[in-house]
Design a protein. Structure first.
Length: 411
């Protein structure tokens, strides 16, 4: 039971982020939790090493390098100008963030958009005198919501598609989840208008200026990396549809990152700009969550449910609630075998995908992409999102999101 107690303390500390006058970072809190279970021998060093998903770590490192090249060269600001130059007011800019970020995350994975999008949000907040947390929340909700409708959108969807052996998985996800996800992106817009009316200056016309490229060679390297990433994703989709073979996403991101690192001329700077704190957070999170998994508490809890594990209401409720404590990837790894063993089909797996992913809209700890955005923003000292500010809008938003998906599955 010790890992469960540690998890509870970690969760509480992440809500308050403070002990006395000491301000704590998310990676520090999670790191202490992992250290405690290691010291108390709740998990062995060998098991802790293998508990870390090194493929995810390599994916994040490669994306951080690409993001650093884009930002350091000035290419990221250049691209953001091209995307937002037609947004003449806050409404159109927010809608642009929601749909570009949301649809983009469905094919580039939400963590990718979280990494690349955070500095863009901070830049837009400074340039247009907007509250940083407002735009950071917009990005967080966009990448979480949009990623629901694709097996490429997030790790848990990919796990469902592969372990569930869903044929033509991309088409299946879009068929079941495409329309309600688009509706929910509009729902997010409505909630942002409701909770942040002071940020929508209807009389204020936004003016955009094109930022200069600071380092031409590095910008060229960043552009090459971005093209490799985009072309690689297209090839991945075609190969999966035609040959039913999944090219590992991490292979594409590593090749793209190597292009940025080798072609560019600021390698030391790129390494310095990598968000190492976020990488540490994920590494120690894997260790703590494995120790919690080893207790068998959540497995036993699910097996004792008085309802069928394949009931859409049970799948949706369990996935949204438990994802807040166990994280959505471990939750899916735990729940998917129960769904398959109980005879669940594609529809039940789609409910699991929707519930475990939209759980990220409920709280700051509900999705890895949320943590990436907060850590990335705090590293740049440009702003942050508090646990309570996220929960204030995230809780009612998630309720409505669930209703939308629920009504859609009932049709």
């Amino acid at each position: 039971m010790i890992p469960l107690i540690v998890l509870g303390v970690v969760f509480l500390l992440m809500m308050v982020r403070r002990i006395g006058n000491v301000q704590l970072d998310l990676w520090q809190i999670m790191g202490v939790g992992a250290l405690v279970v290691l010291i108390l021998r709740q998990i062995s060093p060998k098991e802790a090493f293998f508990a870390v998903n090194w493929e995810v770590m390599l994916f994040l490192l490669s994306m951080f390098l690409i993001g650093a090249a884009m930002e350091e060269s000035g290419y990221l600001a250049h691209v953001s100008y091209e995307v937002f130059k037609r947004a003449r007011n806050t409404d159109t800019m927010v809608l642009c963030i929601l749909f570009v970020g949301g649809i983009g995350s469905a094919f580039l994975m939400n963590d990718t958009l979280a990494i690349v999008g955070t500095p863009v949000m901070l830049h837009l907040a400074r340039k247009h005198d907007l509250k940083p947390s407002f735009l950071l929340l917009t990005l967080a909700f966009a990448v979480t919501t949009g990623s629901v409708m694709s097996p490429l959108g997030n790790p848990q969807n990919f796990l469902i598609a592969s372990e569930g052996k869903i044929s033509y998985s991309l088409l299946r996800f879009v068929q079941y989840l495409g329309i309600p996800t688009i509706i929910n992106l509009f729902v997010v817009y409505g909630f942002l208008r409701l909770f942040y009316p002071d940020q929508f200056h209807e009389e204020k016309v936004l003016s955009h200026s094109q930022e200069p490229i600071r380092h031409k060679r590095l910008a060229f390297a960043a552009k090459m990396a971005l093209w490799i990433l985009l072309v690689g994703i297209v090839v991945k989709i075609v190969v999966s549809l035609v040959f039913s073979y999944e090219i590992p996403l991490v292979v594409i991101t590593v090749v793209a990152a190597l292009a940025a690192f080798v072609i560019g001329d600021s390698r030391k700077k790129l390494v310095e700009k990598v968000d190492w704190h976020t990488l540490v957070f994920f590494m120690v999170m894997f260790i703590l969550m494995r120790s919690v998994w080893n207790t068998g508490f959540f497995q036993g809890l699910m097996e004792k449910l008085p309802f069928s594990p394949v009931s859409p209401f049970v799948i949706g409720g369990v996935s949204v609630v438990v994802s807040q404590f166990l994280s959505n990837v471990p939750l899916v790894a735990l729940y998917l075998p129960l769904v398959l063993a109980a005879g669940g089909g594609v529809k039940e797996m789609m409910v699991l995908a929707a519930g475990s992913t939209i759980a990220g809209n409920l709280s700051l700890l509900g999705a890895a992409s949320n943590v990436i955005i907060v850590q990335n923003a705090e590293k740049r000292k440009g702003g942050t999102i508090s646990f309570w500010e996220f929960l204030r809008i995230g809780f009612p938003l998630t309720v409505v999101n669930i209703v939308v998906y629920g009504l859609w599955f009932m049709l």
